[in-house]
Write a protein that binds this ligand. Structure first.
Ligand code: PMP
Length: 305
């Protein structure tokens, strides 16, 4: 991935893709304190546009605040960097990866006196859990790994170190032949996927774990809440048990990378009819209308590059 043409925005400069490097003594590389975002740009009816750019940038700044890293750029500069990276790389629909990290000025656990850096890269990236997953749904396994407790590494920060837990859960599930993992919180309630929020549908009502389950406050999750309101579907945020998922009518994941991906099976137990459910499909259609610029109500969520 490192050896390709294109540009990466690094600390205010457009740097050749191949030269966008950091030193091996970079603090974040050793201790895992860093924050990042996953953002998508879509090929909308009105040209290339970044979906909910401001919300992603805000979360990046909030994650950094939680992790006590002061970003040496304004939100406007980071927004502009993201637009510029898509333009410079002549990308259309793509994925963007902003990252904030602690530099190589010193090592030792305390980052005090070190420098804070920001980069933004972008590349073409299709359906994260596969095109077929979007239409047919995916097979999921409850992870043997517990999702972070809310008072360990902070769950409202999209922090680098939280993803060791995600990697372990995802590798375990995919090694066992599943597409993705579902993690439970420290009390045993449903939290989220390794990189997605989770929803279930039962009796026409949509349920999702409230954020005290250690799940990330997903931008797509929030988009789903808006969509349900528009469609007149009730949403309840509450504690959910794994067996509530087994006996739900439908289930789906939401995420910037995963978009809206139906879950057709959990732990080899078919959910509902074992295929994408009708409410999931409605929400999916509304989602793709919004991100592709076909719903004027949400035109303000699309920032042209
Ligand atoms: N939970 C986790 C652990 C994630 O990595 C993601 C992806 N950022 C999400 C939820 C979904 O968040 P969003 O919709 O903002 O991408």
């Amino acid at each position: 991935m490192a050896d390709r043409d294109g540009k990466i925005w690094m600390d205010g400069q457009m740097v050749d893709w191949r030269d966008a490097k950091i030193h091996v003594l970079t603090h974040t590389l050793h201790y895992g304190c860093g924050a990042f975002e996953g953002v998508r740009a879509y090929h909308t009816v009105d040209g290339t546009a970044i979906f909910r750019l401001q919300e992603h940038t805000e979360r990046l700044f909030n994650s950094s605040k939680i992790l006590r890293m002061k970003i040496p750029f304004s939100q406007e500069q980071v927004n502009e960097a993201q637009r510029a990276v898509v333009r410079e790389n002549k990308l259309d629909a793509c994925y963007l990866r902003p990252l904030v990290w602690i530099g190589d000025k010193k090592l030792g656990v305390s980052p005090k006196g070190n420098t804070i850096h920001v980069m933004v890269a972008a590349w073409a990236w299709g359906a994260y859990l596969g095109e077929e997953g979007i239409t047919k749904g995916i097979r999921v396994k409850t992870s043997s790994y517990t999702r972070h407790h809310v008072n360990i590494t902070m769950t409202q920060a999209k922090s680098v170190s939280n993803y060791t837990n995600s990697i372990l859960a995802n590798m375990e599930a995919t090694d066992d032949g599943y597409d993705e993992a579902l993690l439970l919180d420290a009390a045993g309630f449903v939290s989220e996927g390794s990189g997605e929020n989770v929803f279930i549908v039962k009796g026409g009502v949509v349920y999702t774990p409230d954020l005290s389950a250690g799940s990330l406050n997903g931008v797509t999750r929030n988009t789903v809440l808006h969509i349900c309101k528009d469609l007149g579907i009730d949403v309840v945020q509450k504690r959910i048990t794994r067996d509530e998922v087994y006996i739900s009518d439908e289930a789906f994941f939401s995420g910037t990378a995963a978009e809206i991906t139906p879950i057709r099976e959990l732990d080899r137990i078919e959910i509902g009819s074992g295929q994408r459910g009708p409410i999931t499909e409605k929400i999916q259609n509304a989602f793709f209308d919004i991100v592709n610029g076909r719903n004027p109500k949400y035109a303000h969520w699309l920032t042209k590059v």
